[in-house]
Design a protein around this ligand. Structure first.
Ligand SMILES: Cc1cc2nc3c(=O)[nH]c(=O)nc-3n(C[C@H](O)[C@H](O)[C@H](O)COP(=O)(O)O)c2cc1C
Length: 213
């Protein structure tokens, strides 16, 4: 029994010699958004890791109309689903981890973010970790939205890692190009991404041994 377990771990580690696939959700669709700076900064941090990165952005991917028909409501036959949605579903399904970049609107998750997320079924997210990056123009760094994102990611099965990277006064913390303006930015991102990386590999290895419950 133990031998079989050790063999399966060895096999999993071998297959896991690939790169992690990370999907980044960017939640603000607002013109002139501060989120643009946070997106640029986080992509720079992620690019320093050897990841395959895809971005689903509420401001860029405007094919995400207000939720009309989630892709999983098309049944098993995806030929009738919009091509755009099927392509994005593939990214989410194949992801090993998620980074969720979110402002806080009225102490809540912005609608553009939950709208994008809701287009895909829970099975695309399950058994994978997520990392929360929240920000605001004020002093709380979007922490109330982060608490709601904890519940949302928990429901989807992509539980968020314990560290939350909250960025207060994002307009003073990052310049227009996403360049950090204080010493906390890079260390804060590192803490989050180190945890996310560990969890993503652990979960990926275990998914290979045991793909479902
Ligand atoms: C509809 C709306 C609601 C907001 N609610 C909050 C809030 O609850 N807490 C907060 O700290 N800032 C709030 N703000 C201010 C945001 O922190 C600030 O506008 C920030 O730039 C939003 O991110 P974005 O520019 O990427 O959209 C709100 C902004 C908008 C547009």
């Amino acid at each position: 029994m133990y031998q079989a377990y050790k063999t399966s771990i060895r096999m999993a580690s071998k297959t896991a010699a690939q790169r992690l696939k990370v999907v980044v959700f960017v939640g603000s669709a607002r013109e002139g958004r501060l989120g643009e700076r946070v997106k640029k900064f986080m992509l720079k941090q992620l690019e320093q890791k050897n990841y395959e990165i895809s971005v689903l952005d509420a401001a860029v991917d405007q094919e995400f109309t207000m939720l009309n028909k989630p892709v999983f409501f098309y049944g098993n036959d995806r030929t009738k689903a919009p091509k755009f949605l099927v392509e994005k579903e593939k990214l989410v399904k194949e992801a090993d981890a998620f980074v969720i970049i979110s402002p806080e609107y009225n102490h809540c998750i912005p609608p553009g973010l939950s709208n994008m997320i809701d287009h895909f079924g829970g099975s695309c997210y399950a058994m994978k970790p997520s990392g929360l990056v929240t920000y605001s123009a004020g002093q709380y760094g979007g922490m109330r939205a982060a608490m709601q994102l904890r519940a949302l990611t928990g429901e989807l099965g992509c539980l968020s890692v314990s560290n939350i990277f909250g960025i207060p006064s994002a307009q003073k913390s990052l310049d227009d190009d996403g360049k950090p303006l204080n010493e906390h930015m890079e260390s804060g991102a590192k803490k989050l991404l180190d945890q996310l990386d560990w969890m993503a590999w652990a979960m990926k290895n275990h998914r290979e041994i045991k793909p479902s419950f």
